[in-house]
Design a protein around this ligand. Sequence first.
Ligand SMILES: Nc1ncnc2c1ncn2[C@@H]1O[C@H](COP(=O)(O)OP(=O)(O)OP(=O)(O)O)[C@@H](O)[C@H]1O
Ligand SMILES: [Mg+2]
Length: 207
Amino acid sequence: MKDQEYEYFYEDEGDTKYCYPGSNVLINKLDIRELELLHEAERDYSAVRQAELLMQGVTGDFSFQHLCAIHRQLFQDIYAWAGTVRSVDISKGTIFCLVQFIEDQFTYLYRQLKRDDFLMDISDKEKMSVRLAYYLAEINMIHPFREGNGRTQRVYIEQLCMKNGRFEIDFTEAAKEGMIEASVASAKDSNALLEQLIFKCLVEVKE
Ligand SMILES: Nc1ncnc2c1ncn2[C@@H]1O[C@H](COP(=O)(O)OP(=O)(O)OP(=O)(O)O)[C@@H](O)[C@H]1O
Ligand SMILES: [Mg+2]
């Protein structure tokens, strides 16, 4: 809900910068004005783009530019701002990173990932689940985009698995509610649920 006092603070509903006046429908390239129809179109277009990304393998170096490029590819058909950092602060009960810190926070995380050698050394499934859950939870807390964070961060995690080469991850195994529950828990106290969810989606590839 829009907070009248602090106009830059929003729950996951409408905001005047991104939405059609008086609604919570994001302004979109297809000019769809109905939320359900927009969600459908978003799902369909991003699914095609996600399949396209999957064929392309690892599409970048895991930097912030890489994450933005994934978002751009997924949502280029729907949103003019695809691939760009949000310009409003958002919260979904969880308060995500403030706009002015998004890029720095991601760069900090990226340096950590680099020190972790992009998880290249990990061959144990449980250990991989723990580290992937950590990075997924951290990226989720940054929530760089106005919409489409879930799909973008899952592709990023998929590509980390591809780079490692010993694992594949199939998030379609996880129900949306399970992902939200695990994300909320990771924001509040523990990554345990997210680790379990990832463990279930992770498949060891025969070498
Ligand atoms: N209350 C919450 N606290 C923390 N994280 C949350 C919360 N609600 C949702 N999330 C996370 O945010 C993601 C949704 O973000 P967003 O709506 O920007 O992207 P999306 O691509 O539409 O995601 P999805 O495909 O998962 O619905 C979820 O996948 C989940 O990981
Ligand atoms: Mg969404």
